[in-house]
Design a protein around this ligand. Sequence first.
Ligand code: SAM
Length: 290
Amino acid sequence: MKLTNPSELKTVIERHGFSFTKSLGQNFLIDENILNKIIEGSGVGKSWGALEIGPGAGTLTRELAKNCGRVVAVEIDKKLMPLLSDTLGEFDNVEVINEDVMKLDLKQLVAEKFGNMPVAVVANLPYYITTPIIMGFLENEIPVSSLTVMIQKEVAERMVASPGGKDYGALSAAVQFYTRPKLVCRAEPHCFMPQPKVASVVIRLEVLDKPGAHVKNREFMFSVIKSAFGQRRKTLVNALSKSPYINIGKDLIIEVLDVLGIDQNIRGEKLGLEEFAKISDLLEEKNNDK
Ligand code: SAM
């Protein structure tokens, strides 16, 4: 069975009377080369567990089953269950869970299903919830080693962007706080059935042992970052002092930048994670002292 072959995929889909639901981001992969690059990029092996979000017809799931010790795939669409029993029936190391991934307790799931195995998230993600899924894993510190995921090209570019670039923003900082991101390959719309409107990219996010910056209050730092990028054209001082997310006066912000030797006219887009961490720590300390 080769589900990257469009006519084989169509036959399976027709056999089960399945029809695509656009709102669930159902664009199934039909490019074998990209499929291999996802598996390779994920770095999984026989001792690994793989957690897949949205198996669709089971194309990626089948490859994961051949390469990993255990695969758990979470699929929201009930209509795909009989189809997946068909395409995955030959594997005894795969379990499909018919649930909305956003409603699952992923920490518990990973512990229950994989025990002490190293776990990788490997998925061609539904585009309408790419960022919430990824940030959910990272912010809740679900114990996975890496996430190798197909996502929209623009979102991937924001995740890997460095300070100063046009794509650098709150998402770059958040992703880089938790992971080392690396682009694996690009996938044009013709690699999917049906074709999406936008180009896609496979990105590998290697989860860091220690966060990308040392900060006392993570939540406050992310409020500062969100504020800094909420109004990109403003200087950091103006963006922070007018932010709806934090309540800190302009004078204090200027004082903190002064102490840290940072130019008062700087914009947030020039600052790296370490600088945001230092600014947040000092802002909070001085604000509490007031
Ligand atoms: N992995 C398949 C492939 O590469 O051909 C399908 C990928 S398709 C882009 C995304 C899949 O995610 C679809 O099967 C869709 O039904 C599923 N999905 C969408 N929203 C979901 C959710 N909230 N929880 C779990 N699965 C979801």
